[in-house]
Design a protein around this ligand. Structure first.
Ligand code: ADP
Ligand code: MG
Length: 371
């Protein structure tokens, strides 16, 4: 005699069109009954936006049961609830350069964004160590943690609970490791920032530029929140940017979100300086051995496919995490390590791409002789 198990086993061969699983695993089969006579009855119940799927799916169900011995009669009921298709969202028009506000950070030569599709990939870690590497070359560098909802700079620099001073109505960035540092985390309690909506976030970000006494800087490194939200939009609309650096890990390098982020920068005319792969391989803290724990070269291959430069790979290493937790970034704590050298190398590749502007150097002195 035919059993319900046998019926379900046969129905497992019916895949819902376009989806990963079969109709049994999706729990579409309801009220399954098998009578002694061999009569099989059940309902196929599901929600869809495509009414036209009903007939072919029913045919597939009957087809799957055709081969099962012992069935004398099949009674299938289709119970389809039609969902409304969500209205198509109009894409936001790409903002033009006319919106740019030259008064936000007039004395900053190059603003470099550090972005990623997801959180936790090491964007803040990369931002801080990159800023340190730039400063080591003798440049004046500021670091702005613009993650309004999850600022991490105070902890990473050992400055938690510190409050910046004000001077002439501007907030003075906190100086440490030779960097000028600013984070929303120095200014407001986390719970307060969490309830901010889009326009308030945009306002706060502009204040972190305009109301902070950044002074003359060669580079302002901006640690962005993950994704493509209001903060990213504010920067690409309002600030003249040197470009954006994308940080990924081997696991998410091929994520559609990474491409989406790149697409947003392209649409808003922000140059992409390149991709950094973080937690790329395992660097043993004891023997210094390099272990490829992920299939390697993902970052390089993906950069090529996306048409952007590959800037370098940073290992997964305990000292990096400890540096972040203890407020002593690795570039500062271990300036001679291989990891610090990698950051130096990345910073050099970035600066090479930026227009060289010498204000008080030899070149301008020579020029002034002829004026
Ligand atoms: N290469 C690395 N090796 C080990 N730990 C890392 C590395 N990069 C980042 N981390 C740790 O991972 C966590 C998330 O990093 P973070 O820089 O805060 O990411 P994001 O800013 O993208 O959210 C932190 O605890 C940080 O110390
Ligand atoms: Mg972060």
């Amino acid at each position: 005699m035919i059993t319900t198990e046998e019926v379900l086993k046969a129905l497992k061969f019916v895949q819902y069109p376009g989806m990963q699983k079969n109709i049994v695993d999706y729990k579409f089969i309801r009220d399954l009954e098998v009578e002694n006579s061999g009569k099989v009855s059940f309902t196929v119940s599901f929600k869809t936006t495509q009414k036209e799927i009903e007939e072919p799916l029913k045919k597939m169900v009957l087809e799957a049961l055709r081969e099962v011995g012992g069935i004398t009669e099949i009674n299938v009921k289709m119970d389809v609830s039609i969902l409304e298709t969500p209205p198509k969202q109009e894409p936001k028009p790409a903002p033009g350069p006319i919106d740019k506000d030259p008064d936000l950070i007039p004395e900053v030569k190059h603003t470099i964004l550090v972005s990623s599709a997801k959180g936790g990939v090491g964007k803040s870690t990369v931002s801080l160590n990159l800023a340190l590497a730039l400063a080591k070359e003798g440049a004046k560098v500021g670091l702005l943690d613009s993650d309004v909802y999850g600022p991490s700079l105070p902890i990473m620099t050992g400055l938690e609970g510190k409050q910046p001073k004000s001077d002439d109505e501007k907030i003075v960035p906190i100086e440490k490791f030779g960097l000028k540092l600013m984070s929303i985390g120095f200014l407001v309690a986390r719970e307060d920032a969490l309830i901010w909506r889009g326009p308030m976030v945009m306002q706060a970000v502009q204040q972190l530029l305009k109301d902070v006494a950044w002074g003359e800087l060669d580079y302002l490194v901006v640690d962005l929140p993950p994704g493509t939200g209001d903060t990213q939009l504010t920067f690409s609309q309002k600030v003249n940017l040197a470009g954006a650096v994308i940080v990924t890990t081997p696991q998410d390098v091929a994520l559609i979100d990474t491409a989406r982020g790149i697409d947003m920068f392209n649409k808003t005319n922000v140059p992409i300086l390149g991709l950094i792969e973080n937690m790329s391989y395992f660097l043993c803290p004891h023997c210094g051995n390099r272990e490829e724990i992920f299939s390697n070269n993902g970052g390089k291959t993906e950069s090529k496919r996306l048409g952007i430069d590959f800037l370098g790979e940073i290992p997964l290493n305990l000292a990096i995490r400890e540096g972040g937790d203890s407020g002593e970034p690795i570039f500062f704590a271990k300036p001679d390590s291989e990891i610090a050298k990698t950051f130096t190398n990345i910073s050099k590749q970035i600066t090479k791409k930026l227009p060289f502007e010498e204000k008080n150097g030899l070149l301008s002195k020579v020029k002034s002789l002829f004026n």
